[in-house]
Design a protein around this ligand. Structure first.
Ligand SMILES: Nc1ncnc2c1ncn2[C@@H]1O[C@H](COP(=O)(O)OP(=O)(O)OP(=O)(O)O)[C@@H](O)[C@H]1O
Ligand SMILES: [Mg+2]
Length: 154
């Protein structure tokens, strides 16, 4: 397990962090994005998309549950489970989690039963104004290496 705490002072800094992480992802990777409404989860995902050379703008999939982006270096699956709450609807999302791309999941607690054992977790907290605290926690060797690489490239 590795833990890395980073503070960003603007939307673009949070995007840059996602962009920096993007080249480290491989097919099957899963990132759980935790934190309140407006904490910056979609913003971070937009940075990952940019880093994967996806030209399409990442928008909040709140009303779609999931958006797929296939035009980059790696498929990106962006899930926002907020609207599912605790309904446990079977949507076939499991196909995209640990699938052929990287999967970023906002509000993962609402699809608890679909989550794999290994993942990278990022918890975003609004510290007031434009300041955000982003805490990365890994729970396997593979994700430890991602966090270490992010830390080295800091
Ligand atoms: N340091 C920062 N990092 C990220 N976003 C920031 C920062 N400072 C201000 N913001 C603003 O906070 C908002 C973050 O919105 P975003 O949609 O990314 O949040 P979210 O965590 O995905 O929320 P939701 O749970 O509603 O989907 C944006 O309006 C953005 O401009
Ligand atoms: Mg969002």
């Amino acid at each position: 397990m590795k833990r890395l705490e980073i503070f960003t002072e603007s939307k673009s800094e949070t995007q840059a962090l996602g962009k920096k992480l993007a080249p480290l992802f491989e097919a099957g990777d899963v990132v759980l994005l935790k934190g309140d409404l407006g904490a910056g989860k979609t913003t971070f995902t937009g940075g990952v998309a940019e880093g994967l050379k996806i030209e399409e703008k990442v928008i909040s999939p709140t009303f779609n549950i999931m958006k797929c982006y296939f035009k980059g270096n790696l498929p990106l699956y962006h899930i926002d489970a907020y609207r599912l709450e605790e309904q446990n609807i079977e949507l076939g999302l499991d196909e995209y989690i640990e699938g052929d791309g990287v999967c970023l999941i906002e509000w993962p607690m609402f699809i608890e039963g679909l989550l794999p054992d290994e993942f990278l977790e990022a918890t975003l907290t609004n510290e007031g104004g434009d300041r955000r605290k982003i805490v990365f926690v890994s729970n396997s060797e593979h994700y430890d290496a991602l966090v270490a690489a992010l830390e080295e490239g800091k």
